[in-house]
Design a protein around this ligand. Sequence first.
Ligand code: BZD
Length: 839
Amino acid sequence: KKTAAAAAAAEPVQIEDDRTGLSVETLKRAFADNLFYIQGKNADIATLNDYYMALAYTVRDRLLHRWLGTIKAQLKPKVKVVYYLSAEFLMGPHLGNNLINLGIYDQVRQAIQESGLNLDELIAQEEEPGLGNGGLGRLAACYLDSLAALEIPAIGYGLRYEFGIFDQEIRDGWQVEITDKWLRYGNPWEIARPEATVEVKLGGHTEAFVDGAGRYRVRWIPGRTIVGVPYDTPVLGFKNNTANTLRLWKAEAPESFDFQAFNLGDYYGAVNAKMYSENISKVLYPNDEPMQGRELRLEQQFFFVSCSLQDIIRRHLYVGGKLENLDKNAAIQLNDTHPSIGIAELMRLLVDEHNVDWDTAWQITQDTFAYTNHTLLPEALERWPLSLFGSLLPRHLEIIFEINRRFLQEVSAKFPGDTGRLARLSLIQEGPEKFVRMAHLASAGSHAINGVAALHSELLKRDVLRDFYELSPEKFSNKTNGVTPRRWIMLSNPELAFLISESIGDGWIKNLGELRELERFANDKEFQSRWRQIKLNNKTNLTEYIRKRTGLVVDPHSLFDIQVKRIHEYKRQHLNVLYIITLYNRLKQNPELEITPRTFIFGGKAAPGYFMAKLIIKLINSVAAVVNSDPDVRGRLKVVFLPDYNVTFGQRVYPAAELSEQISTAGKEASGTGNMKFSMNGALTIGTLDGANVEIREEAGEENFFLFGLTTEEVYALKARGYNPWDYYNGNPALRQVIDQLASGVFSPGEAHLFEPLVDHLIHRDEYLLLADYQSYVECQDRVGEAYRDQEHWTRMSILNSARMGKFSSDRAIREYCEDIWGAVAVDVALEEYVQATA
Ligand code: BZD
């Protein structure tokens, strides 16, 4: 302490210009220096990865002063910090993004070129941190970007999975999962902070005792402890001084563990215990996996949440805050229910460890936490078997019982005699096996609850959280999702970004609403032709990539019709396939038929244990195999499944798309965010009135959107009166032909029964109403094909789509969270003197 204080008081030492300077000369020198001194290589033996690392360190050096300045600015009393708790952060590669946010893309490109290398190749070298499944994890990443852009003090807390989402390979048309070794070559963007390690308890039992002041207390005697070591990654704001922190926890064994066993001479036992502890942050769980017996997942959730809350309290006390005022300095957002155990953990920390009385603790907790729901699918709502929960977290179970007892008392007071309501609202689901309902814990323990699109938020109030809405309507609001234009336009689609800036200035990057000014170019022939040329360039790039990855040759002049997202029955990739087969049949029956040449492109991963989703991948590849090798449809129809869809690949795909498939069953997709990325980059949408599609259509104008399918109300009504897919099968010859072909093995030569499970499900149950929506989808797709023939009109629609997507910037979403939920405001970051002297 004393040494540190003395050092801080001393005259600041001038930090070398080589680590902060931004001239091309300095950048080149720093790059060469890092190659030599950090990578320990020279040009004779350096690999592409060595060059990437050298560049990454060169860039990292140039953001550190912002990072330290931000940390300092945030560690002040009265500053309110947003803590975003999320089991997933799907950040995507950092290098290109950091260049954009630092505003040094051009200098660095030149420096790298003058060093005899190519910047794009170095950027492509980065192994992306795939620490998320899909939309939910990517949303967390976009929100961190916007928080920094808006200079809001924020920390993202999560898990540093050693293995992120698996890499996908396609073998014989089937998905094969490969472990994602993203840390293999080191991660230049993170800094370990072992000095900030925290301890986490698990298992064991509890004991009641009376403390010195005569108060009834409980202590938790854990069965084991693990420690969390934080790894910090800077998250830069766009051309400002803010660099927030993403703090991810790695699980390790405490030292004491080894020593104990070591003293007993059980060396291997000690090593075993160490390995067991480290398991907790080993691997990301895929979504859509059965939750049964997934104890390790609950351990993960509790582990990162406990580490984070201890960290938050430590920070709060460090700046001299009082625990009673935690909510004045901290807004904690729960990204779905995955971190909702935090409600019970904060209660435990306050009541058991900091001796705060229950009522005060509960008030603090509710005022601090807010909860975002991301799904209406009943099977996706988290519930933990009481037995499992109690054995891992005995004290938390007691606390949850006590929260529930008081909560239900309040409910009784408000709705006397309504026992049905009590059972529905209870945090515990009764029955032969009892469960803790995490969405109920999150809802009871938060002051704000939000859905992620207007429709979704309405449905939440009507269905899943109806009783909570009736109890506390003031907690509910909508926060329509958004995505960051920095990554999803500037970085992904530089040519388009350039054209836009040239036409309307570059204010849109920070204020996406300004894209509206593009409307005046919608009919401008010259502008239209540049717009089209850029799309063609992006399509050509994707074409080249497709050829490299799959060997398939596709025509960049065909309509690029793209569906990329996780594979799930509710997202209905197979409805898309039904249309492809329909088109194929038409062409076979009428070889002279004129159609708009199309390339159907799919990408997405299936959860390893989700059989139907994997079968859908096989289906797409099987149909592709037949269609692509049939000379009768050559030049008119192509089907591509691109393996290993991830953020990096998304950055290539959205700019190249002309048609965006957003075809989920109405009422099932909470929001969608890919739909926004497509539309911003000038793709038109074919979609149902689901999730944020509703608002995208509202903004773009209904004449610039291809709408089809049942509405949510119609879906409910149809199911209520008894949906029978057979009627649709029997009543529609084209549909029947498609289904019969699938059933008889036309697309699975030699394996006639391959798609039987899919076909059976469609004609007997069809939970997601593909058959009901088939005709409407086909007709809509036909209208798309027609519309594409008028390129001028299509381009106009495309421009208008981009121009009107301002609402879907994550900056807008974050502003709403700040104003309505967090009460957080921007904080100025001052750069350290030594940097002002040099930068
Ligand atoms: O969240 C998604 C929704 O399905 C989308 O509609 C929505 O746009 C995004 C962002 O709000 N949900 C997920 O991505 N969910 C998961 O990935 C997930 C992960 C683990 C466990 C359960 C779900």
